[in-house]
Design a protein around this ligand. Structure first.
Ligand code: XMP
Length: 542
């Protein structure tokens, strides 16, 4: 079941294309990714950003000639997608894209649409569809796009296509073939148009990153998208936007809002006030750490709103997970507003919105043709409070935010922290929440995480935490009977939290951890390890 999210501190963004075009990144070489709806379009952007190339993803049906002129890409990539070029209303690239005079790389559907528009032919897959691993054999000619390829024979690639190109457009030549894709790699070298049937952006194409590196090198990218450069530009942009206005920033203790706050503080100093709403559902020592880091280390004006009594009071007797989330979300907005008003005269609200929250995705699922992925967190707050948004991270992926955090001097241990949900321990305490349970959970979770760190496993794990179960079990300690709470331990690996595998701890580790928790945490006498993956489980228990 998909549960509504409450990421209380980073927020939704409905910014139109214009907001992105002509942004601060004008100074950088820009690559345009035209999205035709592939599941892996974001990975193309990731691969390019890893090469220090600034790129943006835009849906094919949201851009036109005027956009292309304003964006002035130095190169274009046409993504994959689920459609067939010969279907009525098939997605097409905007007019003029092939006249820009810049290198273009078509991937999968991008290849097919390129051939279709430029005079080649595409056929339905009947019997020749190719999904999964395939091997590409080089054709006789050399191609600069393929530097470093075929050094040891055929190259493994990842295919996922029903249709395939049956004749290539005039000017193109074949540079690689696979058993079911005679035109696996084609190019019109003169016009610098390249087209591949496979997906170089996925890890199953081991030399895919090399192919992208070759493409951007040939296109003349300088690799000028670095977090050092971004820091300076972002600071200039924040100053220009904010002037001498006051900015409020909701701080959660998470990486995104913290990096945003430190960056904004570097730009405008004491014009920034952070509001840290402590809902009483944080981990052991977490509130103190946040307060000390921001107040003492960074000297950032900080309101520590300890509202735990209010939140825990409202949650008394509540055991339904959705009611918990809604209660916390509603109170959070009220409380944040109250404290932000107390600052007086603020004109801006800072949020740690990231690029994946901003990217508009193409949908072929029968719903509206374009959906905006938005995490409604402090939903509606800016409008309600009449504040303008400052979102200095809205062009960054999560790993870039971490790199920026390192650039700003945030401690590595802080930057690498596992994600923590907005509703905090409330959803790690299935059933009714009591201060007694929260206290036990905090101490047990701290021992568990300490174990993981001591064994050097923290960075291998996407997320690890303990949850206190709504049941007591009988045990025996020393000569006495115990009747205490049971604890579930959870640890998963994941790339994005959408799917996850449970982490395969050794039995020794599990045994040692259970013993430590039971010995060190009064109130727990039994420990379970959750070995459910997602799906069918979810990462959190509620
Ligand atoms: P699930 O449990 O849905 O979690 O597999 C996926 C990721 O989302 C986090 N999560 C939340 N984050 N508000 C949040 O800000 C929420 O209500 C919430 N629920 C789950 C979870 O910690 C994991 O990283």
């Amino acid at each position: 079941m998909v549960r509504p999210r409450q990421n209380l501190h980073s927020a939704s963004c409905k910014g139109g294309l214009q907001k992105l075009v002509g942004h601060m990144t004008q100074a950088h070489d820009r690559l345009l990714i035209i999205d035709f709806g592939s599941q892996v379009t974001q990975l193309i952007a990731r691969r390019l950003r890893e090469l220090n190339v600034y790129c943006e993803i835009h849906p094919f049906n949201k851009i036109d000639g005027a956009f292309l002129a304003a964006f002035a890409p130095k190169a274009v990539i046409l993504s994959g997608g689920p459609a067939s070029v010969y279907n009525a209303g098939a997605p097409m690239p905007p007019d003029g894209v092939f006249d820009l005079g810049v290198p273009i790389l078509g991937i999968c559907y991008g290849q097919q649409v390129m051939m279709h528009v430029l005079g080649g032919h595409v056929e339905g897959g009947h019997g020749t569809a190719e999904f999964g691993r395939a091997y590409v054999t080089p054709a006789a000619a050399q191609l600069d796009l393929l530097e470093g390829w075929f050094t040891q024979g055929d190259e493994q690639v990842w295919m996922s296509h029903g249709d395939h190109v049956s004749s290539i457009a005039p000017g193109f030549e074949v540079y690689g073939t696979s058993p079911n894709a005679p035109f696996a790699i084609t190019a019109d070298v003169k016009r610098r148009f390249y087209a591949v049937q496979f997906h170089p952006e996925v890890h199953h194409t081991p030399k895919g990153a090399q192919l992208y590196a070759n493409f951007v090198r040939m296109a003349g990218f300088k690799g000028d998208w670095t977090m050092g450069a971004y820091r300076a530009e972002a600071i200039a942009k924040i100053r220009a936007q904010v002037g001498d206005g006051k900015v409020i920033c909701g701080l959660s203790g998470g990486v995104d809002s913290s990096v945003a706050a430190v960056l904004i503080h570097e730009a405008i100093g004491a014009q920034l006030t952070c509001v840290f709403v402590d809902h009483g559902l944080l981990r052991l020592g977490e509130a103190e750490q946040v307060v000390s880091m921001f107040r003492d280390t960074y000297n950032i004006p900080l309101i520590h709103a300890d509202e735990s009594a209010l939140f825990l009071g409202a949650l008394e007797g509540v055991s339904d997970p959705e009611v918990k989330r809604k209660t916390i979300g509603r109170l959070f907005i009220d409380v944040f507003q109250k404290h932000a008003h107390a600052v007086g005269g603020a004109k801006f609200l800072a949020q740690g919105t990231l690029y994946p929250d901003v990217i508009e995705s193409v949908s072929f699922s029968g719903g509206p043709s374009v959906t905006i992925k938005s995490h409604h967190n402090v939903g509606g707050l800016p409008e309600k409070m009449g504040l303008k948004l400052v979102e200095p991270l809205r062009e960054l992926f999560k790993d870039e935010v971490r790199a920026l955090g390192r650039e700003l001097g945030l401690p590595a241990s802080f930057i690498g922290r596992h994600p923590f949900p907005g509703p905090g321990l409330a959803i790690r305490c299935p059933g009714e929440i009591t201060t007694e349970k929260l206290d036990i959970l905090r101490r047990a979770d701290a021992v568990y995480i300490d174990q993981i760190r001591k064994h050097g496993l923290y960075d291998e794990i996407w997320q690890a935490f303990a949850a206190i179960l709504p049941m007591k079990t009988v045990g025996v300690m020393g000569d006495g009977r115990t009747y205490d709470f049971a604890l579930a331990l959870r640890a998963v690996t994941s790339v994005d939290g959408m799917t996850a595998d449970y982490y395969p701890f050794t039995h020794d580790f599990l045994g040692e951890t259970a013993t430590r928790i039971i010995n060190e945490v009064k109130g727990i006498n039994r420990v379970f390890y959750d070995c459910t993956s997602k799906p069918p489980g979810t990462i959190e228990l509620e």
